[in-house]
Design a protein around this ligand. Structure first.
Ligand SMILES: Cc1ncc(COP(=O)(O)O)c(C=O)c1O
Length: 456
């Protein structure tokens, strides 16, 4: 039976946050001291500035990690649902990748030589089997895969702009830092040193709004729509029935290429949303998890586009034309990709991961229903995320409006203090092949306890 809608007492929430902050400070002294001692030579005190965004004022310092588990330098064990914000969707240091990396780097030697290794063709064949597009090239990150896909799309179409969805995230891609608003498109607040105003390079629309997309494409200047088939970086926003098919139809109608960024939506299954939802993009980009945590990314395109770009004598795709990186496609990344795709993130593994994610989702949903909490949880394959609004938002703008930094902080600290790690900045949980049903149930228990304390 569903309880009546619960009201959250903000004073109680503040008191609980104070309590959890104090528990965090007291419970993780080694991490606190390591952060304090990090000195002045790290920008922001951390190896990468976003690592400061963990709640509690200082990040946990990692000691060891294996599968779905992680230990910190205070000796606590965690069930890790963050999984490096998807970078570790294969689990931490899976044995097959360990072996491949140590063979390539240690036994055979040569991480980066400017020469191809035979792993590349195998990986490209496997990505083709999974994602449908048939010609692949490699990068060191998903960001670079997107940057290069955009360049190729502009070159192929001779058009200057791209289109993205409001509150999308595709990595640090200049063109994508733009949001839709009632007053029209706006640069995304906080954009650091943009080369030009993104309104010069980009058209932006809300997700699930076909008419808006059609209007923007009708200008005839959009080379490509860069999209996640489901938004995953502003909560999870799933496509409405028929929406993605309609996006394909209008992009084709207006001569605009369609790029599916599967970096996160890979959680939907072995071939991401592209395979799970039967999509037909012109290009696919991916990164993060495909090499088991070793830096790697990839972009793929159709046969027809590949032939055209290879035959375009004005496009220097080999030297200084803007596509490439010295370490891209290196032997170590490719050995790791081959092991990850061949032995870890297999079709069978996805089936198990999705089953555990369904259990996790049902557990959270049960707590929401029984307590009358006006929140919702959405699942995309092996990934699930709850958000503080009763129904799944239709688009990024609606989802951004549902953000609640205080509730976020409370839920994050509450779970960290009880041995469960969620993704910072939002409430995403990801299952890897090593995540168990017991792990999902442990989260449900902690989530229920957090909810009960919140509701008094
Ligand atoms: C959908 C999507 N694409 C691309 C990226 C960029 O990945 P990276 O930072 O590893 O380059 C991200 C990062 O969160 C992402 O969520």
């Amino acid at each position: 039976m569903t309880a009546s809608v619960a009201i959250i007492d903000r004073d109680r929430l503040s008191a609980l946050i104070d309590r959890e902050r104090a528990a965090y400070r007291a419970g993780f002294p080694a991490s606190r001291q390591a952060f304090a001692a990090a000195g002045t030579h790290l920008l922001g005190g951390v190896p990468m500035t976003w690592m400061r965004m963990w709640p509690g004022g200082f990040p946990l310092y990692c000691a060891t990690a294996a599968g779905a588990r992680l230990t910190d330098i205070d000796g606590h064990d965690f069930i890790d649902f963050c999984l490096g914000d998807t970078g570790a969707m294969a689990g931490h240091s899976p044995a097959a990748v360990q072996a491949a990396v140590s063979r390539r780097y240690g036994d055979l030697g040569g991480a980066t030589t400017m020469l191809p290794t035979q792993d590349a063709a195998w990986v490209a064949g496997e990505l083709t089997r999974r994602f449908g597009v048939v010609r692949w090239s490699f990068t060191l990150s998903a960001t670079d895969a997107n940057r290069w896909a955009i360049r190729l799309a502009r070159q192929l179409t001779g058009r200057p702009k791209i289109a993205v969805f409001s509150y999308c995230y595709h990595g640090s891609v200049d063109e994508s830092f733009i949001v839709a608003s009632r007053e029209g498109p706006l640069p995304r607040p906080g954009d650091v040193g943009p080369p030009v105003d993104p309104r010069e390079t980009t058209r932006v629309v809300e997700f699930n709004d076909l008419e808006a997309l059609q209007q923007e494409l009708a200008y005839g200047d959009v080379a490509a729509v860069l999209m996640e088939p489901a938004l995953t970086n502003i909560g999870i926003v799933l496509p409405a029935a028929g929406y993605l098919e309609a996006v394909r139809a209008v992009t084709t109608q207006y001569g605009t290429l369609l790029i599916n960024d599967e970096t996160h939506t890979f959680s939907a299954g072995p071939g991401g949303c592209t395979a799970a939802m039967g999509l037909q993009p012109d290009l696919v980009t991916i990164g993060k998890s495909i090499a088991g945590g070793i830096p790697a990314g990839a972009f793929g395109l159709t046969e027809e586009l590949a032939e055209r770009i290879l035959g375009d004598h004005d496009a220097d795709i080999e030297d200084t034309g803007g596509i490439g990186g010295t370490l891209a496609g290196n032997a170590l990344s490719l050995a790791a990709m081959r092991a990850t795709l061949g032995e870890v993130l297999t079709d069978e593994a996805f089936a198990g991961m999705i089953e555990v994610a369904s259990r996790y989702t049902a557990g959270v949903q049960g707590v929401l229903d029984s307590r009358g909490l006006p929140w919702h949880i959405a699942q995309l394959g092996a990934r699930a995320e709850y958000r503080f609004c009763p129904q799944m938002p239709l688009n990024g703008g609606q989802s951004a409006a549902a953000a609640d930094p205080h509730l976020d902080e409370y839920m994050h600290l509450y779970t960290i203090n009880r041995g469960i790690l969620m993704t910072p900045f939002h409430n995403m949980a990801l299952m890897c092949p090593a995540t168990t049903e017991a792990d999902a149930d442990a989260h449900t228990a902690a989530f229920a306890a957090a909810a009960d304390e919140l509701l008094g």
